[in-house]
Design a protein around this ligand. Structure first.
Ligand code: SAM
Length: 505
């Protein structure tokens, strides 16, 4: 059987969900596994382009014995691959239609105003969503600041469009434009496919290429500068370096991971990012002793445990490994670990806030885990109603399910993600900044509302929490609540006359 027939057979098995690409290719025991694997993957990548070409040229109608999957593999190799090498009778048949197939491809490119074959992929947002997600760039404030990074991009010919006011602003980025994200601070957004992997800001650790959804856990946990934090399942460390930036490298960041190789990689990444406040351990988080005096000041825990990864947007993954990543035994095993880890985090006697996140779309790993944790620890912890303006909420499989956040490429222009934030009931009123941001959705975007709230608190003689929130919010030491209000007013004036870097435009 020719390579093309074998590849077509695998595509058929995939459609019948008989396994993942890898499994099917390897179990075929083909002599040329690598070539077969590459051909199947590439055909899948171009699948809908190939289907349009085959349909528009009436290929299957004219060649009755030819089936769609075999036609796709052959047309792929003819138009996008190395040209038909083998294929016997099928090669002869396809070559008869060569010029029509080629002109159909050329017409498609003209119609879609693209010159390269690869560009046809991104004109198909439904099929290739991975290529249409914006490129998110977190500015690493341990190494640099927003102004310097934005200036640097401007010097590279990029145009700064200001702060986004809606997701639509992110959706419409094109060419060499960039914008500030509307939800996560210090996050810049570039058009899809912007490749910054070799940019010096990236190689020097000044920027971190991190999906927006994955910035949510550290941002929402928001530990005050100088506090003690645990990152329970930390490698490769993107969220750890984000936490360190929020902590301004002050305080202590205990980071654990079970996988030695990942710990080694993480160590390099943290070094590049300029993180110094961490203590990294190749250790099972479940075996950490919550009563160890070392952790007596830990009030914040970030738990981002191993998950199915089903939210990571990739057309190829969806077509190939979905079955493997979401088999019920695997989900059961993962959610078993996730439950244990969340329950363990909530057992730390001094912990006040625990953020739980996954890059999974499965309820079993998300709402179900949170619901069970609330059943067990609900007398002491409640869920925080996160970012009310966030469009995609957790499923209401339990009463406060919608307090959690979900994310997806369609609703939030990110990878699929889930976040829940637990807060100890006794500390609910202590931290003003958080109640501002998460319960009333005003954060520091509306200093006027914050000021009113602060004044109310002053009347209630809750000066310390006010100072605390002020310090958290604007990162300056505030001698009194009155000066805190002044600072917020100043911040408001600055907001009305937006940030220095906008003026420079
Ligand atoms: N938070 C990381 C980041 O943002 O870069 C990603 C974490 S990844 C989703 C999950 C990690 O949990 C893996 O690196 C895995 O090795 C680690 N892990 C799994 N079981 C663990 C355990 N019992 N204790 C500590 N780490 C564990």
């Amino acid at each position: 059987m020719s390579l093309y027939n074998r590849a077509a057979e695998i595509l058929e098995k995939l459609e019948r969900k008989e396994g993942s690409v890898k499994n099917l290719v390897y179990s075929s025991r083909d002599q040329n596994i690598k070539q077969l694997y590459a051909l199947v993957c590439e055909t899948l990548k171009y699948s809908s382009v190939l289907e349009s070409i085959i349909t528009s040229t009436n290929l299957l109608k004219e060649e009755k014995k030819l089936k769609m999957n075999l036609a796709k593999v052959l047309v792929y190799d003819l138009l996008f691959g190395k040209g038909l090498k083998c294929g016997g009778v099928w090669k002869v048949i396809i070559m008869r239609h060569k010029s029509r197939l080629k002109s159909s491809l050329a017409m498609m490119k003209v119609k879609q105003k693209v010159s390269r074959n690869e560009d046809l992929l991104c004109s198909e947002p439904q099929a290739f969503e991975d290529l249409t997600l914006p490129r998110y760039v977190r500015v690493n404030t341990l190494r640099t600041n927003m102004d310097d990074v934005m200036d640097s991009f401007r010097r590279d010919g990029y145009t700064y469009l200001g702060k986004a006011s809606s997701l639509e602003d992110l959706r419409h980025l094109s060419g060499k434009q960039f914008i500030c994200d509307l939800h996560v601070p210090e996050l810049l957004v570039f058009p899809p496919k912007t490749d910054l992997h070799s940019h010096f800001l990236y190689t020097a650790g000044h920027i971190i290429l991190q999906d927006k959804a994955s910035c949510l856990p550290a941002y929402l946990l928001s530990p005050p500068v100088g506090s003690h934090v645990i990152d329970a399942c930390a490698a490769p460390g993107n969220k750890t370096s984000h936490l360190a930036a929020i902590l301004k490298n002050k305080g202590k960041l205990y980071a654990f991971d079970l996988d030695m190789k990942r710990v080694v990689t993480m160590s390099t990444l943290l070094l590049r990012a300029g993180v110094t406040c961490h203590e990294l351990a190749n250790q099972d988080f479940l075996k950490t002793d919550p009563n160890n005096p070392k952790y007596r000041n830990v009030k914040h825990i970030l738990l981002d445990p191993s998950c199915s990864g089903s939210g990571i947007v990739s057309r190829l993954n969806q077509l190939t490994d979905d079955k493997a990543s979401s088999s019920s035994e695997r989900l059961q095993a993962l959610s078993g670990f996730q439950r244990k880890a969340l329950s363990h985090a909530l057992c730390f006697p001094t912990v006040e806030r625990v953020v739980y996140s996954t890059c999974s779309v499965h309820t079993e790993e998300n709402e179900d885990v949170v619901r069970d944790a609330l059943k067990e620890h609900g007398d002491q912890f409640r869920l925080v109603n996160l970012l009310p303006e966030w469009p995609h909420r957790g499923l209401e499989t339990f009463p406060t399910g919608s307090y959690c956040l979900r994310a997806s490429c369609k609703t939030t222009l990110t990878n699929g993600f889930f976040v829940a934030l637990f807060e100890r009931k006794s500390v609910e009123s202590k931290n003003y900044k958080r109640s501002c941001s998460e319960e009333t959705n005003i954060k520091l975007t509306s200093p006027r509302k914050c000021t009113i709230k602060l004044k109310k608190r002053l009347k209630r003689n809750t000066v310390n929490p006010v100072k605390q929130s002020c310090n958290d919010g604007i990162d300056t030491k505030s001698p009194s609540a009155k000066s805190c209000i002044l600072k917020l007013k100043k911040k408001k004036r600055r907001k009305q006359n937006p940030i220095v870097h906008v003026k420079k435009e």
